[in-house]
Write a protein of this length. Sequence first.
Length: 256
Amino acid sequence: MILNYIQQIRFYELDVLRPYLYTILGKNILEIGAGAGWQAKALSNEGYNVEAIDIKGSSYEDFRVFEIKEYDGNHLPYPDSSFDIVFTSHFLFYKINNHDFQKEIWRVLCPNGRVINIVPSGSIAFWNILCHYLYVVKIFVLSFKDKNNVDLNLTRIFEKASKSNFKTKFIKALIPYSFIPQINFIYQFYYFSRLHWLPFFKQNGWDVEKKIPTKCFHTGYSLLGFHLNILIRRVLSIFLGSSSIIYILKKSENEK
């Protein structure tokens, strides 16, 4: 169910992106962090030549719907200037401040190509913290109802306390989960905001050509999933903020 909910969000992102995608010359796309391959498959069906890559052991590995090449997570296994478009969706925050990886993206992108990054916004950092505590309640309720059949995606806040007793687990659960590896959850407010993304892109030789809010509200906890359809989520985004931002980048003229 959670995977279906995420898939619905990813397809919606493509719907928002398509009018801009059609203006970019070239049909060769690299998707980094392709997950299950939903977006890669959709783009391939639309006539694009899509290469999709992800690391070995991805949580989506058993649910792939498209051929995905595994790589080491650092070096892109392609020659220079191989792609017209490099595309990522909710991947880049795993590479916070990784300038070497940006050089790899620069290397495989054609001189006049475009990078499309769909990234979480500052507003989702705020709502993730509030939803965390509802999420904790949900976990405990499900645990008491059926301890052997709790959704694996609901157990992540106990990763560091899997062998702890109930009291220790509860105390650890009071600390919100960080979606950025090795970063305190408080810093997500900064790293998810334009205050981080815009300077980060500039430092790595990119010009921001377009900045597009997806105008859809969701959180990292999937609390309601399909109970809120895309139309309702779009309305909620008017009041609660867009959860994702699309940045379309090109190589800076000063860096070419």
